[in-house]
Structure formats: C-alpha cells, structure tokens
Design a protein around this ligand. Sequence first.
Ligand SMILES: NC(=O)c1ccc[n+]([C@@H]2O[C@H](COP(=O)([O-])OP(=O)(O)OC[C@H]3O[C@@H](n4cnc5c(N)ncnc54)[C@H](O)[C@@H]3O)[C@@H](O)[C@H]2O)c1
Length: 330
Amino acid sequence: MKVAVFSTKRYDQESLTKYNEHFNHHLQFFDFRLTEQTAKLLEGFDAVCAFVNDDLSAEVLEILASHGVKIIAMRCAGFDKVDLDSARSLGLQVVRVPAYSPESIAEHTIGLMLSLNRRIHRAYQRTREANFSLEGLKGFNFHGKTVGVIGTGRIGIATIRILKGFGMHILAYDPFENPLAVELGAEYTDLDDLYHRADVITLHCPMSAENYHMLDAEAFYKMRDGVMIINTSRGGLIHSQDAIEALKDSKIGALGVDVYENEQELFFEDKSNDVIKDDVFRRLSSCHNVLFTGHQAFLTEEALGNIAETTLNNLAMFEKGKCSGNEIIT
Ligand SMILES: NC(=O)c1ccc[n+]([C@@H]2O[C@H](COP(=O)([O-])OP(=O)(O)OC[C@H]3O[C@@H](n4cnc5c(N)ncnc54)[C@H](O)[C@@H]3O)[C@@H](O)[C@H]2O)c1
C-alpha cells in the first residue's frame, strides 16, 4: 500500500522502516502534521498513518477521501481526534493500536508520581549547581496512602499492579468494572467518593465528549487538600485554567502531566528558541510542583516496535480484505 505517514520523528521512521521489511508497504514519511493544508498533498495514496495530534476532522477526512485514501491507520491507542461519523459516511476505515505496551505508560505514570513526591526534578537542578540544601524537598510515603485510579482498562490495570507494590490502598472508578482490578485488591467506588478519599489521583480513561474537562473547579473542590494529580491520558480531561486556580489555593499539591489540552501547538517540537505564547502553559510550567513531560509516556523501545508492527499489519490485513481486529468502524 502507498502510505503517507504524518508527524514522524527519527524514532518513528527507524521502527517503521525496520518492521516494514516484512510488509513491503510503500511508506512516505512526513515530519509535519496532517492538516487541511497538508491533506491536499495526498493524491495517489491509499492510506494515511497518523499520530495523536494530527487533524482528522470532517474537513480533513473529506479531502483524504476525495484523493482516494481508503484507510486511516492511527499509530496510537486513542482516536479522539478522528471524526468517526464522517469517516463512516465517507466509507473510510479507521484502525488503531489498542495495546502496544500498557506498561510503558504505567511506568511513566509512576515516574511522574515519584519525581513529584520526592522532588527529584528539583534535586536534579540543585545538585548540578552544588546546592545540596534539602529545604523544600520533603515528600511523603506512598505506603499506606490512598490512590484513585480513573479508568481501569489496560493502562489502569498495569498502573494498579505497580501501585499495589507500594502498599497503597487503591480506589477505582470506571463505568465498566474490570474483575482484574478487583483481583488486584482495588475497591470500586463512585467519582465523588474517589475525589473525597484519594491522596493521589491518576487518569487512565480515554477522552470523549462526555468526560472533556472532567477534572474542573467543581471536581477539584471535592478533592483532599494537597492532592497529587497525574494525567498520562489526554490533556482535555483536565481544565487547565481551573488547575492553575487549584494550585494557587494549594488544593492541588502536585500535578504531573504528560499530556496537555493545547499540546498540538507545543509538543514534539523544539521550541527552546521561541517565546511560548500559551499563557496557561507558561503559568502551569512555572510552578515548582507541576511536572510536564511532552507526551513521551509511550516512548520505549518495546512500545515503538509494537506500534510499528501492529500498524503495518493493520494495513496489510485491510489490503487483503481481512480484519485485524483493530478496526474502529465496524
Ligand atoms: N501518554 C501516552 O503516551 C499515552 C499512550 C497510550 C494511551 N494513552 C491514553 O491512555 C488512555 C487509556 O488507554 P488504555 O489502553 O488503558 O485504554 P482502555 O480502552 O484499555 O481502557 C480505558 C478504560 O477507561 C474506561 N472509561 C471510559 N470512560 C471513562 C470515564 N468517563 N471515567 C472512567 N473510566 C472511563 C473504559 O471503560 C476502559 O475501561 C487512552 O485512551 C489514551 O488516551 C496515552
């Protein structure tokens, strides 16, 4: 298949090229994002391979379909950027990589928790300047504390497995209870109770119209003072402006985020020579108790390999008229 691969970095190109030896697709890499403008380049392509911040709105999908594209292969788990109704009505298939390595995201989640709690990000800066003062670096034991896990799918379960090792009491919320979570000792409860009791809250649910800004001023109000919040899911789950107010009031004691609601303007690029115009981001990132990573939770050797192999196989199965099991349009 002739595949236009958008938003590629060197690590994507290396893993896709390596695994494509078994598939022989014709891959053309673009380092820029898919937008209404770049979609116009796609005459003669059968497929588009897109990533988390590519634009797959109705307008873009219409351009792709008019150029003869038949399938969108998301090389990620989330598909919140794809207008599925339009894809369906245009006869476009959409495939994804549902589970490339839940442990990669779970381990990054724990990395954010530990760094924030024990102020490792601050200690790193200080010791480089021979400042060995411990003032302001006090943390707390995770052992015996309560963590609330919102979303108990693949990544939520992988995270619970690690949290259990810390000796934490685990609360869980998910509209569909997962027996694996119960087996691991998690206690399912409703959101209000989770907000009320959790010392740490970690988000592992997908982004949807219903849960857009699920953590807003009203939700923060119900939480414990000084709560730690971790988001490695999707930026739109947190109302960033409300989070700033909750940080100012010390309602949020620590915020660790790998995703941000306006990340498409920032993440995956070197902006160190630019003046960042996003004031909300600037205010958040200036807080000593906020730790950002730039959507890197997936970035492990194992995850990249699985993403490449599954994506290329999804396309190969479509070409053969077969199902891979990773179709979103059914
Ligand atoms: N930062 C990264 O690099 C990265 C990488 C992969 C995935 N993700 C994000 O992680 C999310 C979770 O991935 P997964 O593989 O565990 O998905 P999954 O489909 O296995 O699990 C998601 C779970 O969330 C539950 N859920 C849905 N709506 C909910 C709600 N409103 N409240 C609570 N739970 C709800 C579902 O019932 C399901 O059990 C993805 O949707 C994606 O946004 C981020």
